[in-house]
Design a protein around this ligand. Sequence first.
Ligand code: ADP
Ligand code: MG
Length: 169
Amino acid sequence: MTASQLEIVSHSPAETAAIGEAIAGSLRNGDLVLLHGDLGAGKTTLAKGIASALGVAGVVSSPSFSLVNEYDTRHGAITRLYHLDLYRLRTEDDLASIGFDDFTAPGEGITLVEWPERASTVLPDRFLLVEIEPLGSGGRRLRFVAIPDDEISRRRIESLRSRIASNID
Ligand code: ADP
Ligand code: MG
């Protein structure tokens, strides 16, 4: 594993949400977080934790029908949360119609994308990838990969490591 990766095991949905809350603390305007994993892996559970830490009012659910949900936050520096779920995207051509490029570097908010592999040819150079893998009996392996593998990404992973450690028992 390189220095710009981090692996942790979550033992429950509540722990996954707590990890999401910890992640939120290291996010800044313009950040893009890709949530990768099969149906039921826990992508939306993690997104809910992030949203909760940003003080998003109301229930964050998978934006399955609209592809994009937008929320106002109650967080000083980050004012908007964009939550995309590309599961129902038919072709990458449809990304243009939802203005995908605008979400990959949001000026005043952060963007979470479920099923980012649907947009693999139009991803920007810098993002945080979270791969979620079921382990059985409610466990999930979460692998954080900061792209590209450079100094900024290494610092980002170090920040995540300490925030997650202090938010999880
Ligand atoms: P996705 O968005 O990846 O399809 P969801 O977050 O909507 O997945 O659903 C994950 C499901 O798996 C939920 O029913 C949740 O209760 C369950 N689950 C069990 N263990 C975990 C865990 N450790 N982390 C996240 N979800 C878990
Ligand atoms: Mg989901």
